[in-house]
Design a protein around this ligand. Sequence first.
Ligand code: CA
Ligand code: CA
Length: 257
Amino acid sequence: MAFMSEFFAIVVAILSMRALSESNLCPSRSPVKCSCPQEWQLWGNECYRLTPSYYNWDDAKKVCQGMGGKMATPRSLEELNFMVELARKEDGEYYAWIACNDKEVEGTWECDGQEGGEPFLVWADGQPNNWKGNQDCAKLVVRYIDTMDDEQCERWWKAFCVRLSTQPRQYCLSTDTHSRILNSTCLLDHNIREFITEGVVACGSACAQEPGCRSFNIKKTEDGKKICQLNNSTSSEDKDKFQKTDYFCVYSEVCLG
Ligand SMILES: [Ca+2]
Ligand SMILES: [Ca+2]
């Protein structure tokens, strides 16, 4: 009997080790697919939709926030094309607010999420014209061949909203042969940028919002600071660079659009 229970203990130990070693590394898993709540459409790793009803520009902004997102504005021609297709499917004659305005300084357009650089603007011919000296909010218009027009902020239109996709992130932990967790394996030489972070949630959100970010490392410095490193690849795509480090480091992936 003693022999039998010892035997079973060993079998259980081997099985649990195997289970751990099979689930321990992201390279052995397929990429996590992003998904969106109902009514939202996935593009990249973000979700888009129009507001269900018509609002002035300020209210539309609040409505997008109330739906768990923010008012959207395209950051590239590809994103613009996706957004206008989305609107066109819903209404072949659409007009829809985007998150750009020149309320503060007439003629100086600011777009949410594009602070600190030239905003991405594709104006219709002859726009923005600040008609009657009172057009400080931007919309996309099918009639102007899916380009932008400045408009009175008080007019009522639907608005584009955007939110992050909801798929949970995949956190990868590696273990040694004794099933001890080794928080010291990260994807090296693929950093887009790095900065001090609060932790895994903040670093993960930064990756989800950074174009081209596919995974991230959290590296601890000797004085206890956490450095978030955004990577342009994943451990399954570059296994050779998924390496043990001599500092504390945790690697995670975000979902793939
Ligand atoms: Ca204006
Ligand atoms: Ca105008």
